[in-house]
Design a protein around this ligand. Structure first.
Ligand code: FAD
Length: 444
């Protein structure tokens, strides 16, 4: 079996390694247009925060590791077209054209940062650092910039603001909504984080959509309906999108240009699959699917596709959009539905807040938690955690409970570890379930 995977990032690499395990004799080819593989998109923050040395070391896998697994790696090769009926792809390498046949093809070409809506956002002073080449350019420009505009207040924008503050830059953050990280948090949860960022110098431009960026030669002019700002560089911190110009017409797409796949990650062509950032994923809390470009979805779809390559056996369970990060001194994490999104949920929802100390002896920081659940069935739908203690891993417990369809009753009595130094008497995740239950009783 000859398996060709286009795209050697999180999704493609995880698929290649899983296929190697499941099909030890398969011939596996991994093709990428980049010159190197495995760059971590958040690497720029690790570099500026001096967590790593050279930026090239922000890498999750090396070429050697893939080659050691018997995977043939073809870099600097861009797939430009395909014929799904003839089972052949065409790629360009060093200005020459080549063809490769396949028995099974996996599309793992991910996404990149581009916008047709913001005029001038393709300027090289509007920094995009999903890939290594972009990050090298971004590092040089940011070192020489005093004023930086961030376009987008999601995870990329929030993390960039934090990093640039520490570098002593003047930071302006533009966000069309009225608070940071709105996809993942309700406003009251993120308010203390935002207040601390403001106090440290971030200038927020909420309710402002950037419409145009003009390179004046010496500076960049950022324009919204409400304001104009001259800055030295800008960071493109908005949604990523797939770029699938190489597909032929046999491969069906959604209107947002993601590849259509069934629950087994199969495209409209039987032996062609798609994974990672180039597909929508089923949202585990409704019957819909959404575009949720996250590493965890890329890696998991890579693992699942290996199971389905020969026979469709394993449906992809979907995503509940679990994220976590650190902004200023706060660790913030979220999974599932927010209260704001609950308006669109098919059942009425309730929410409860909990405030707890992280542990009596190691830090004793306040932990704020919020749980969102169905009012009648008590099924848990979402949770958010914010604390100066590192609570990031706890969101995974909440995510698992939600993914398993657990109710408050099941969740508050789940097992947890207790240690006098490291933990609280009752874990915040159990406490959230418990308080949720009793908040309902109090109301009645
Ligand atoms: P990609 O990583 O996009 O990789 C696709 C690969 O395909 C690329 O290597 C590309 O060169 C190659 N390719 C594309 N077209 C072709 C072609 N025609 N021929 C050959 N090769 C091709 N997610 C998180 O979960 N946590 C984070 O902290 C996080 N931080 C991020 C920070 C930034 C700045 C950005 C931009 C994104 C971040 N993300 C994060 C999102 C995350 O990067 C993506 O979800 C993830 O990279 C998707 O992996 P993928 O393998 O599907 O695709």
């Amino acid at each position: 079996m000859k398996v060709v995977i286009i795209g050697a990032s999180f999704a493609g690499v995880s698929a290649a390694l899983a296929i190697r395990k499941k099909h030890p004799k398969a011939e596996i080819h991994l093709i990428d247009k980049q010159q190197t593989i495995g760059y971590l998109p958040g690497g720029i923050n690790l570099y500026f925060n001096e967590t790593i040395g050279p930026i090239e070391t922000a890498q999750f896998i090396s070429e050697e590791q893939l080659v050691d697994n018997g995977i043939s790696l073809l870099l600097n090769a861009e797939v430009v077209s395909m014929d799904s009926k003839q089972r052949i792809i065409k790629y360009e390498k060093q200005e020459s054209d080549f063809f490769m046949s396949f028995d099974k093809l996996i599309l793992a070409t991910g996404s990149s940062q581009w916008s047709q809506k913001i005029l001038g956002s393709d300027s090289e002073k509007v920094l995009k650092y999903k890939f290594l080449q972009g990050v090298v350019n971004a590092i040089e420009r940011l070192e020489n910039s005093n004023t930086v505009a961030l376009i987008g207040g999601g995870q990329i924008g929030g993390e960039a603001a934090d990093t640039l503050l520490k570098k002593g830059k003047e930071v302006h953050l533009f966000e069309r909504m009225d608070y940071l990280l709105f996809k993942y948090f309700d406003e009251e949860m993120i308010r203390p984080v935002q207040a601390e960022m403001s106090a440290r110098g971030v200038i927020f431009h909420f309710n402002e959509t950037v419409e145009k960026v003009t390179d004046t030669g010496k500076a960049l002019l950022i324009e919204t309906k409400k304001s104009q700002l001259l800055c030295d560089s800008a960071i493109f911190a908005m949604n990523v999108r797939p770029d699938l110009r190489y597909l032929d017409e046999q491969i069906q797409k959604h209107t947002d240009q993601t590849v259509f796949v069934n629950e087994y990650l199969q495209t409209s062509q039987e032996d062609i699959f798609a994974i990672g950032d180039c597909i929508q994923v089923p949202y585990s809390l409704s019957k819909e699917s959404f575009y949720i470009p996250l590493v965890n979805n890329a890696v998991r779809t890579g693992l699942v596709v290996a199971q389905n390559l020969v026979e469709p056996t394993t449906p992809f369970v979907g995503s509940i959009r679990t994220i976590g990060t650190k902004l200023v001194d706060y660790y913030v994490a979220s999974t599932g539905l927010t209260e704001a999104e609950g308006l669109f949920h098919e059942q009425p929802i309730s929410v409860t807040h909990v405030h707890q100390r992280s542990s009596l002896f190691s830090g004793n920081e306040k932990v704020s938690g919020k749980i969102i659940f169905e009012k009648d069935s008590h099924k848990i739908l979402g949770a958010q955690l914010v604390s100066k203690a590192n609570i990031l891993e706890k969101i995974n417990t909440l995510a698992l409970g939600i993914q398993m369809g657990q109710t408050l009753e099941e969740f508050y009595q789940k097992d947890f570890l207790y240690h006098p130094y490291y933990s609280s008497v009752i874990d915040i995740t159990n406490q959230l379930g418990f308080e949720g239950l009793w908040s309902e009783a109090d109301e009645n």
